[in-house]
Write a protein that binds this ligand. Structure first.
Ligand code: IPE
Ligand code: IPE
Ligand code: MG
Length: 223
């Protein structure tokens, strides 16, 4: 059985670069290029939602140069993959707050989200300036602003105020790079996700290895 929603923490760019005597930036670049093959695999396997952790609310603590590089990477990759996104009818959604981005980048991202709104092959969620706790706080604030009475706040209602509103919870959550923690990713949505951890560093995480994770998930579902 295939998962419906796969979420990935693609970690290990820095270590990959350092082990080759390269700059961390080179690792981020190589890692970013890996998303395409994973996206294609999801389309081929009929997976409905893919969520990729691109930049966490904690990643602001990194050196300014690295932060700047990571912030530039998202609009740049979206632009580079634009024709593929349209050809495959991928719907892009951003989970997180893009307000801190430069104006031009924000507009570029908003445009692609709007223009792909009616695509129906795969939802590609890019978790950017995303934190699971921040997402829950934002959702609760929104419900309060909407005038919802305390007694009327339910789990279902909170779910509708999250960035992932309307999407199924991830049934498979993968983390590359050897760490076995969630690092504030999909805190609300992952309570029943199957976790798959691999030592493989993000720039080495190929389609083949992604498919191994899918197979492993299928086996767990059968037992
Ligand atoms: C993951 O790679 C990418 C982001 C956090 C944006 P890291 O930069 O965390 O790489 P490591 O964990 O230091 O190897
Ligand atoms: C998680 O990786 C966030 C992303 C991959 C974007 P980190 O490398 O930032 O997480 P920690 O610091 O190991 O928890
Ligand atoms: Mg890391």
């Amino acid at each position: 059985m295939m998962p419906t929603h796969v979420a990935i923490i693609m970690d290990g760019n820095g270590r990959w670069a350092q082990s080759r005597g390269l700059e961390r930036q080179d690792g981020h670049k190589a890692g970013a290029h890996r998303v395409r093959a994973i996206t294609e695999a999801c389309i081929d396997h009929g997976i409905e939602v893919l969520t990729v952790y691109a930049f966490s609310t904690e990643n602001w603590d990194r050196p300014a140069g690295e932060v700047g590089f990571l912030l530039d990477l998202i609009p740049e990759r979206l632009q580079a993959e634009r024709s593929t996104i349209f050809e495959h009818q991928v719907r892009v959604r951003v989970l997180g707050d893009i307000a801190p981005l430069p104006f031009a980048d924000r507009i570029a991202i908003e445009n692609i989200v709007r223009q792909t709104r009616n695509h129906d092959t795969l939802d590609l969620n890019i978790a950017f300036n995303y934190g699971g706790r921040a997402e829950i706080v934002r959702a609760l604030r929104q419900l309060i602003e909407d005038g919802i009475a305390a007694d009327d706040i339910t789990e279902e209602l909170v779910s509708t105020a999250l960035y992932t509103a309307g999407q199924p919870d991830p049934d498979l959550l993968i983390r590359t790079g050897g760490e076995c923690r969630s690092s504030n990713f999909l805190v609300w949505q992952s309570i029943y996700s199957e976790f798959y951890f691999t030592e493989t560093l993000r720039p080495d995480f190929t389609r083949d290895e992604f498919e191994e994770a899918l197979q492993d998930f299928g086996k767990r579902q059968r037992t």
